[in-house]
Design a protein around this ligand. Structure first.
Ligand SMILES: [Zn+2]
Length: 442
């Protein structure tokens, strides 16, 4: 081939290339012209291709009408939907598919009501009436007792605004959320050594929040106990304050009456005790139905209790055999009864440490409890039948005049008051005004 021949061939190829390109472009342009479709754009995104704008508008209108009927209030498509006629090879959707796509992708809105809890939108209702109904039912749930007052711990804000109908809550569903909260709870199972504080710290919670998630939880965690550590605390804390009246029994008391005609150690019931009854009114505080405080505010006696009366024998016979008296303190005798230093020692001296407990030697009534001159702090007990015991030089006295004491009852402490050279108990027995040797009766 000559050089000219080669050039000519190259030229022909170029020509062919241009022709092909022109034809291709022509085909493309023809093709576009033949595929004019309507693009449905929502939030800047093409969601469907329809035959034309009126098909889309008609479908949207039908859908809005259906939803309006369902909800019984006006529902409209959300603003922001765009229709654009474009040239595209895309096949437009048929009516059925277009309806499906638009129903799914286009947001329909209505004038609804949003409930914000502590500034966070949490519930959405179709209108105020539904919202009020919800709150009434929620309150009804926590209304107990008389004069019930309810409030919310959270700050609640209710506003009317355009809402997506997909977000609408039914009363039933809202009541469930109110009680159980949103989100799936995450459960921790208590193992050895877990404390409430550990669980709170490990889950970025405060102990207070843990308590909200697990109403009624205490510091006493049980192995295997399930504890919610995330998610679904109730939406509201309904605080209620109300009064309840409970019927309660009043226990009876037992009164003992000393009876000197009955032998010591014997008892006889002379009146049966009967419980009384009363109505007690409490002011109760509760959080979401869980009682957090209970204070008595009123009491009405329905029936007074009747005391049980028991007679107790006090007849005491001093005997030199088998001893009616017990040792008032334990210790050795440092000075006996009888002649001493040219006089008479009217009792016995029992050595005992300062402050040692002194017991009544027998049952009886206290006739003296106080200062007794040279005796110092003194207690005298009358045992009946003209028999008395005296306890002297005490450091303290635990009984008072007129009081009945049992055998062995604590009456005071050893001391060195009055004419005394050191801590000891001076113990006397007096019969019909005359002292006797106590050792005869101990
Ligand atoms: Zn003495």
């Amino acid at each position: 081939m000559t050089e000219n021949g080669a050039k000519a061939q190259l030229y022909r190829y170029k020509l062919l290339g241009v022709a092909v390109a022109v034809l291709f472009s022509l085909a493309l342009i023809l093709g576009l012209h033949s595929g004019k479709v309507c693009a449905v754009i929502v939030n800047g995104k093409i969601i469907a291709y329809a035959e034309n704008e009126s098909t889309v508008n008609k479908t949207i209108e039908t859908l809005a009408a259906q939803k309006t009927k369902q909800l019984d209030q006006e529902v409209i498509p959300e603003a922001g939907m765009e229709l654009k006629t474009v040239k595209s090879a895309k096949t437009p959707l048929n009516e059925k598919n277009l309806t499906q796509v638009l129903a799914d992708k286009v947001n329909f809105v209505t004038k609804g009501t949003v409930v914000e809890i502590d500034g966070k939108p949490q519930l959405t209702f179709n209108n105020r009436q539904t919202t009020d109904k919800f709150f009434n039912q929620l309150k009804e749930k926590y209304t107990t007792g008389e004069n019930c007052e309810l409030s919310f711990e959270e700050n609640i804000n209710i506003t009317d605004k355009q809402v997506n109908i997909k977000n609408l809550d039914t009363i039933e569903n809202a009541l469930h959320l109110a009680e159980n909260g949103k989100g799936e709870p995450e459960i921790h199972i208590v193992s050895e050594g877990d404390t409430l504080w550990d669980l709170a710290r490990d889950n970025d919670l405060t102990v207070e929040q843990l308590d909200k998630l697990n109403p009624g939880i205490t510091e006493n965690l049980q192995l295997g106990q399930e504890i919610k550590v995330s998610g679904s605390a109730p939406l509201f804390t309904v605080l209620s304050s109300y009064e309840i009246t409970e019927k309660e029994t009043i226990p009876f008391t037992t009164i003992y009456r000393q009876d000197s005609s009955m032998a010591l150690g014997t008892t006889k019931s002379v009146q049966e005790g009967r419980q009384g009854a009363k109505n007690v009114t409490y002011q109760v505080l509760a959080e979401n139905g869980r009682i957090t405080g209970k204070t008595e505010i009123k009491e009405e006696i329905l029936k007074e209790p009747v005391s049980r009366i028991v007679k107790k024998g006090t007849k005491f016979v001093l005997s030199s055999r088998g001893g009616g008296l017990i040792w008032p303190v334990a210790g050795s005798i440092t000075s006996r009864y009888g002649s001493r230093w040219g006089g008479t020692h009217s009792g016995i001296d029992i050595a005992s440490g300062y402050g040692t407990s002194i017991r009544a030697a027998g049952p009886g009534r206290v006739t003296t409890a106080g200062w007794g001159g040279g005796y110092g702090r003194t207690v005298v007990v009358s045992h009946g039948n003209g028999i008395y015991t005296r306890y002297a030089h005490m450091s303290s006295i635990a009984v008072s005049t007129g009081q009945y004491v049992d055998r062995g009852q604590f009456i005071g402490r050893v001391g060195t008051s009055g004419n005394s050279t050191g801590p000891h108990l001076h113990f006397e027995v007096v019969r019909n005004g005359v002292t006797s040797d106590p050792l005869r009766f101990l």
